[in-house]
Write a protein that binds this ligand. Structure first.
Ligand code: GTP
Ligand code: MG
Length: 288
């Protein structure tokens, strides 16, 4: 049984007795919310239900949703038309960075028909990475700035910013490697890319998004910790939300790091990508 189904069943109970809170805490942990947060929430729920003399499960569910609402934090992605916009996508290997670069390019072009987008092949580590991005570029009709495998990824970014300025492009979306010889190498490379962008573009709008795979659960918290030790994160793109309706990790991320969610990926095609909708997310999470 999937998480969403379990939640639906859970709230079909008829009475709100003590066992409900313990079972709910277990369920929230399963929803990737993390143990301490789950217990904190069920304690608050118990207190509120007692104080308000709530006796039905349906009302308890609504209170739970209200308790979660402050943690469903959204950040809007808007193109600033007056200047160059840069997005750097970060994350561990396989989470969906390259796919999200292409999805974001597609999203921006659909919503801003006159905008010019450039993809920067910042993953110079993996052999097939540059080609993967080039294929997306061809399909989308977007220019891809790339060098050979093993090239300095900061140099690729430098090139792409130069190209964007010469072409009067609105947006550079930079892919990055998710894998390195060591984690330290990876973080050093990201720090360098980050520095180059800061130096090269003093009045650009620059955002760094951490890409997280919804199926990896609380691991996402550790990933956020690691990446935020190297660069300042502006938001999260949650991918593979189609294979799980859980995603409670983004609530934990907002609680622990104040990190908002920007987009949600729900499949492998370009259209399976939408701005984060907190109300929808909360309804899914509590099974409404
Ligand atoms: N179902 C589903 N699959 C996705 C989603 N996003 C990406 N994928 C798939 O996940 C796999 C990995 O995606 P990539 O974009 O290559 O991931 P990456 O982070 O660039 O991987 P590395 O470059 O190896 O670090 C591919 O098969 C994608 O099609 C999503 O939202 N839903
Ligand atoms: Mg990739």
């Amino acid at each position: 049984m999937g998480f969403a189904e379990k939640l639906k069943n859970f709230f079909k109970r008829s009475t709100l007795d003590e066992t409900v809170y313990d079972d709910l805490a277990d369920l929230l942990v399963e929803g990737d919310i993390g143990a301490s947060f789950a217990f904190e929430l069920t304690d608050q729920l118990r207190t509120q239900c007692k104080r308000q003399k709530v006796e039905d499960v349906e009302t308890a569910r609504k209170i739970l949703k209200d308790l979660l609402r402050p943690y469903a934090v959204k950040a809007d992605f808007k193109l600033d038309s007056g200047t160059l916009n840069i997005v750097l996508l970060l994350g561990v290997n396989g989470v969906g960075k390259t796919t999200s670069c292409a999805k974001l390019a597609n999203y921006v072009m659909k919503n801003n028909p006159h905008s010019k987008v450039i993809l920067a092949a910042g993953d110079t580590f993996r052999a097939a990475a540059v080609n993967q991005l080039k294929i997306h570029g061809e399909r989308l009709g977007v220019r891809v700035v790339a060098q050979h495998q093993g090239a300095d990824s900061a140099a690729v970014l430098w090139d792409s910013i130069e190209a964007a300025q010469a072409d009067k492009a609105s947006l550079v979306i930079a892919d990055t490697a998710g894998r390195m010889h060591t984690r330290q190498d990876l973080l050093k490379e990201l720090e360098k890319m980050d520095r180059i962008i800061e130096q090269r573009t003093s009045n650009a709008v620059y955002r760094r998004y951490l890409v997280l795979d919804a199926t990896t659960g609380q691991n996402g918290i550790r990933q956020a910790e690691t990446f935020s030790s190297a660069v300042k994160l502006d938001g999260v793109i949650l991918t593979k939300y189609d294979s799980t309706a859980k995603g409670g990790m983004i609530l934990s991320l907002a609680r622990q790091f104040g990190l908002p969610t920007v987009f949600i990926g729900t499949g492998e095609t370009y259209r399976d990508f939408a701005p984060f909708d907190p109300e929808q997310f909360l309804n899914d999470f509590v099974g409404i």
